[in-house]
Write a protein that binds this ligand. Structure first.
Ligand code: C2G
Length: 138
């Protein structure tokens, strides 16, 4: 049983997230998602999420690619997670390329290409602009 782990906020779940989760799962048999908690997002990542941790967890747990969702509470927990869950492969989008190479002492580290045109920030921006212009056609 090859075990894969990935980390993230996954707010306003979109097809870019699905693409990375699908490809991460293809690298093994069991995919763990370490989901950034509301506190970690606001205090350390500077992110204010639309959905709460529980709502984001529910969405991820409903996906066929995801086998387990655990909380990501800090930047430092990755080595312990990899040991505790006996992880073979750590996966992140390539916006993080190189940032987690220190984990190569513990498992395989794979950076996968991001889906370029979509992001939670872009979604919020587009919705804001649509609302401003009153454009309901999009
Ligand atoms: N992602 C992607 N394509 C997008 C948007 C996101 O492949 N268009 C990937 C990111 O590269 C990341 C994952 O989806 O691997 C989750 O993205 P975020 O929720 O933005 O996560 P992030 O804030 O990068 O948190 O300790 C690591 C951090 O928790 C990662």
């Amino acid at each position: 049983m090859k075990r894969v782990i990935t980390y993230g906020t996954f707010d306003l779940l979109h097809y870019g997230h699905i693409n990375i989760l699908r490809r991460a799962k293809e690298l093994g048999d069991y995919l763990i998602v370490a989901l950034s908690t509301d506190e970690f997002n606001s205090q350390k990542k500077g992110k204010v999420t639309y959905f709460s941790y529980e709502q984001r967890k529910l969405l991820l747990e409903s996906l066929r690619y995801v086998d387990l969702v655990i909380p990501e509470e800090n930047w430092e927990q990755k080595v312990e997670d990899i040991k505790l869950y006996k992880v073979d492969t750590f996966v992140m989008g390539d916006d993080w390329k190189g940032k987690f190479d220190f984990l190569k002492d513990y498992c395989e580290v794979v950076y996968l290409p991001r889906t370029p045109e979509i992001s939670t920030t872009q979604i919020k921006k587009d919705l804001f602009e649509q609302n401003l212009s009153g454009d309901k056609t999009k």
